[in-house]
Design a protein around this ligand. Structure first.
Ligand SMILES: Nc1ncnc2c1ncn2[C@@H]1O[C@H](COP(=O)(O)OP(=O)(O)OP(=O)(O)O)[C@@H](O)[C@H]1O
Ligand SMILES: [Mg+2]
Length: 335
C-alpha cells in the first residue's frame, strides 16, 4: 500500500493518468497486477456508494475509502463537489445524511501525500502526544516505537494522530465558543465538519478579501478573541494566517488545525505562536490597520501565564545538517 499511495501521489490532481516510470530504466515503477487490484477494489466499493461529484479515476477510490464510513453511518448521503484541493487535504461539499440537521456539510479528506509530507512535520510532532483515531493518547509502547520508525505502520499511526489533533482541536474550540466549523465525526482519513458558505460558493479565505475599512478593527478583534480562546484551552494554531481564516457574511471562521501545539509543553511553542500573530498582523497591516505584532504576541503569551524563553528559531535550522542538529540538541539540553 505504501507504494500504491506513492503512486497515487504522483498522479495529477485533476486525474490525468500518467504512467510513472523509473527515471533510469524507464520501466513502470509498479507491478501492473498490484495497480489492477487497486483499481478493482475501487470498482467493487463503487457499488455501495455513488455520488453526484464526478471524481477522477484515482480520486474516486480514495474518496470511497475515506468517506465510505461516513456514508455507512448516515453522516453523509452524497458528495456534491470539490471545494478546494489544498496541500494536505481536499475539502468536499457533501449532502448530509439523517444524522445531521444542516443542509450542507464539508468533508476534509487527507491526501495519501500526507504520508510522505509528515516527515517534514517533525517540528510540530515533537513534544506532542500521539493520538489514536478516537483522540486518545497512545500509550502502547510498540505503537509508539512504530511511529518513530519509517514503517508503513508507523506512518499510519502518525497520519491518524495528525487528523486526530485537528478533530480534537475543533471539538474543544467549538465547545468553547470559538469561531471554528462544528466538527461532526472523524474517520481514518477524513473529518466531517460544518460547511461555511452557501449552495453556490464556499466562503472565501480572508487573504482574498479587502474588508471595508470600517469592519477591519472588528474582524481583527474577533480573530484576537479566538486566539485568546485557543491560549486559554492550551492550543497554538501553528499555521494561522489570513489563508486559514474564512470570511462569510461579515464573520470569520478559523480552520486547518492538524499542526496545533501546546503552549505549555512544546519547546518552540512561543516561536510558533509569535509567527501566527505576525502573519495575522501582517494581513491587517496590508489593509491599513497597523499593530505591534511582537509586543502583542509577548503580551498575550504572558497574560495567559506562559513563559518566554529564548529558543532557537526552528525555521533557521536544517534537520539534515549535522551542525544544525548539534546546535538544536545543545539548545534542548539547556532547557
Ligand atoms: N468548513 C469549511 N467550509 C468551507 N470551506 C472550507 C472548509 N474547510 C476548508 N475549506 C476550504 O478548503 C481549503 C483547504 O482546507 P484546509 O486549509 O483545512 O486544508 P489544507 O490542506 O491545509 O489546505 P491548504 O494547503 O490550502 O492550507 C480552505 O482554504 C478553504 O477554502
Ligand atoms: Mg489551509
Amino acid at each position: 500500500m505504501d507504494t500504491l499511495a506513492e503512486y497515487y501521489n504522483n498522479l495529477d490532481d485533476e486525474g490525468q493518468f500518467e504512467e510513472i516510470h523509473h527515471p533510469r530504466t524507464n520501466k513502470p515503477k509498479l507491478d501492473p497486477q498490484a495497480v489492477q487490484q487497486f483499481v478493482q477494489r475501487q470498482d467493487n466499493a463503487r457499488g455501495t456508494f455513488s455520488f453526484t461529484y464526478r471524481p477522477a479515476r484515482f480520486e474516486e477510490g480514495w474518496l470511497l475509502d475515506s468517506l465510505g464510513y461516513f456514508f455507512e453511518q448516515r453522516w453523509i448521503s452524497d458528495v456534491l463537489r470539490k471545494i478546494k484541493a489544498g496541500k494536505e487535504a481536499s475539502v468536499y461539499l457533501c449532502r448530509p445524511g439523517d444524522q445531521v440537521k444542516s443542509a450542507l456539510i464539508a468533508a476534509k479528506v487527507f491526501r495519501p501525500r500526507m504520508l510522505r509530507n509528515l516527515k517534514n512535520d517533525q517540528l510540530y510532532r515533537q513534544d506532542r502526544a500521539v493520538l489514536d483515531e478516537n483522540g486518545h493518547r497512545i500509550v502502547d509502547l510498540g505503537m509508539l516505537k512504530a511511529q518513530h520508525k519509517r514503517s508503513v505502520y508507523g506512518e499510519q499511526i502518525r497520519h491518524q494522530s495528525w487528523i486526530a489533533y485537528e478533530y480534537q482541536s475543533l471539538r474543544v474550540l467549538h465547545a468553547s465558543g470559538a469561531d471554528v466549523p462544528q466538527p461532526y465525526e472523524m474517520s481514518e482519513n477524513a473529518i466531517l465538519m460544518g460547511y461555511i458558505g452557501d449552495a453556490v460558493s464556499a466562503a472565501p479565505t480572508l487573504n482574498t478579501i479587502t474588508p471595508d475599512p470600517r469592519e477591519l478593527r472588528r474582524l481583527y478583534e474577533r480573530i484576537l478573541r479566538n486566539i485568546e480562546i485557543m491560549l486559554a484551552k492550551g492550543i497554538v494554531h501553528g499555521d494561522l494566517s489570513a489563508y486559514n481564516v474564512l470570511y462569510w457574511q461579515g464573520g470569520i471562521t478559523l480552520i486547518d488545525f492538524p499542526q496545533v501545539v501546546s503552549p505549555a509543553s512544546h519547546r518552540s511553542a512561543y516561536q510558533i505562536f509569535s509567527r501566527d500573530i505576525k502573519r495575522v498582523c501582517e494581513y491587517f497591516a496590508r489593509q491599513g490597520l497597523h499593530t505591534d505584532h511582537a509586543r502583542l504576541a509577548a503580551d498575550l503569551w504572558t497574560s495567559y501565564g506562559f513563559r518566554l524563553r529564548p529558543d532557537v528559531h526552528p525555521g533557521r535550522l536544517d534537520a539534515d545538517d549535522p551542525a544544525d542538529r548539534q546546535y538544536w540538541q545543545k539548545n534542548q539540553d539547556e532547557h
